[in-house]
Design a binder for this molecule. Sequence first.
Ligand code: URA
Ligand code: CA
Length: 436
Amino acid sequence: MIVTELIEKKRDGLELSFDELSFLVNGFVGGSVEDCQMSAFMMAVCINGMTEREISDLTMIMMHSGETTDLSDLPGVKVDKHSTGGVGDTTTLVVAPLVAACGGTVAKMSGRGLAHSGGTLDKLESVPGVCVEQTTERFKEIVRDIGIAVVGQSKNLDPADKKMYALRDVTGTVKSIPLIASSIMSKKLAAGADAIVLDVKTGNGAFMNTLDDSRALAREMVSIGSNLGRKTVAIITDMNRPLGMAIGNGLEMKEAIEVLEGKVPVDDPLVKVCLVLASEMLLLAGLAPSRADAKGMLVDALVSGRGLMKLREMIAAMGGDVRYIDEPERLVMTSTIMPVYTEKAGYLYSIDARKLGLASCVLGAGRLKKEDVIDPAVGILMLKRVGDRVDPNEPYAYLYVNDDARLEEALGLIREAVTVSSEAPEDLPLVYDIIE
Ligand code: URA
Ligand code: CA
């Protein structure tokens, strides 16, 4: 087979066979297919899509590009969750400890930030000492001891996705149903959980901007999961505005801690979505008879502080300095904290979550190039939500900054991202649909 011919085939909108996809993907992992060739192929997939058969073949090929994890010797139903990627979307750091505090077995492998969206591993690493790269043995030992571990994918888990993901991040090839579905499901399947809850984001800050596209992605992933015997549920949640108030790694870790400390009201959007996701996990794990029971158990874990204890135990088990959990201000020490003001008074009418995520990346919270190093402390703390009144005398956000050279560009993006109006915006649902 000739690589360029396969690229041309997809460029011309044709279907590739299992063997052709395998040749490309395994060649890329092995080094005989170059970055530029894989980028061109993935761009062709972004533009021309893939058939159902190609998507499930691609998922299988990626899943088997490395080792798979066997969790069957751990007790209970192993539940995993995965978000398709959002802004200010700190759900894992809240959901995983709460589910573990309710008796769930959470053996989770997470990812890094992608394009404008944040990643749980980067957030965990905002706590000094945390090592997200654990051996499979140590990973399982932590889960057996405390019921929870959130780590990076083991070195040889889904190497195809590792390489493709890093390349997509910097080549404008993230937004594609076949590429997202195969990326997420190949990892989840390889990581060995029995049940998977997918948080499929929809809106301007998601990779899928319309509800139709998000539904299509959700159905694709649920069908891949069920075909392989894993209980899979997808929840479509809103990403037309940041979910939480914090955007940036240390800031989001701090926000998760504040939620788990009970400092954030249970009707707050971040908390609400966390409770919905965590409830589905308890249901799939057979730990709660109904959604109402699940929610009751989770709220109890929240207000009693048992969720926070789980997070703290996990951070300690992964080598992290728990003083940063006890005093989360330490997570966000920057040289400058700069207030941002609107030009006029009115309602905060809309926020382009993607642009805000990009602004946070520009400040150093995410990668603009593959080799960029993240600054854990920087980012954006929103003080107002969509629908709140704003006034030019009162800041609506604080920027946490260490490198002033990046400030102007970040401010430009934030000004573009935020609109103010004399009219109040319409309320949007937080949860659009649950696909089982
Ligand atoms: N999350 C993933 O793991 N992969 C994607 O492609 C997008 C979000
Ligand atoms: Ca605070």
